[in-house]
Design a protein around this ligand. Structure first.
Ligand code: SF4
Ligand code: SF4
Length: 187
């Protein structure tokens, strides 16, 4: 499976989604906030949209960039925040579960995406955010067991549930914010 990272999907906008304004840590001299804390400028959309920092202007999640993800994959609707990641020198996808993780990995559309991606050689990771102020965790999905599962939805669902169990048991590391002076995290 090839993914296109040549630009943004035409006609696709963030709408009411603000997932990246909460999930990600921001650590730049001009703006900082902890992971898992909603930016204080975020009120049903960015209140400083016209003057938002360059970091925010330049950022787009995988859903904004990838036509292989249909409209239902918008992160606030799907519960999956997709990021493009370099894995072994190749562009792959990190599927971060930001909604109800167990419910998501049991959905047929999610299972089918993993089946198609793994069989098509697309590097995939399954991830969950950490607690507030902590780094998230992720595990590769292109495992020998996943390849052996082939197109079996039942088996792939079992393996996804197992990966989720491992992720939930992860010893999360604090995400130390190095910059200071413009913390936009909500108190
Ligand atoms: S997570 Fe994606 S769709 Fe949602 S606000 Fe951020 S860039 Fe837009
Ligand atoms: S300043 Fe950046 S992180 Fe904050 S709401 Fe606006 S786009 Fe989101």
């Amino acid at each position: 499976m090839a993914i296109c990272d040549a630009g943004l999907v035409a006609g696709r906008t963030c709408g009411e989604c603000t997932v990246c304004c909460t999930v990600m840590a921001i650590d730049k001299p001009e703006i900082q906030k902890e992971a898992g804390v909603t930016c204080r400028h975020c009120r049903g959309g960015c209140r400083i949209y016209e003057t938002r920092p360059a970091l925010c202007r330049d950022y787009y999640c995988g859903w904004r960039q990838l036509p292989i993800l249909d409209d239902a994959w918008r992160p606030d609707r799907s519960g999956v925040f997709v990021e493009l990641e370099m894995v072994d020198g190749r562009t792959g996808l990190s599927l971060v579960l930001v909604g109800n993780p167990l419910k998501t990995v049991r959905q047929s559309w999610f299972i089918d995406f993993v089946i198609t991606g793994v069989r098509g050689g697309l590097p995939l990771e399954l991830g969950i955010p950490g607690p507030k102020g902590f780094q998230g965790a992720s595990l590769p999905l292109n495992t020998r067991e996943m390849h052996a599962a082939g197109s079996s939805r039942v088996r792939v669902k079992e393996l996804l549930e197992l990966e989720l169990k491992r992720l939930n048991a992860h010893a999360f590391e604090p995400r130390i914010i190095a910059n200071a002076g413009n913390d936009v995290g909500q108190p």
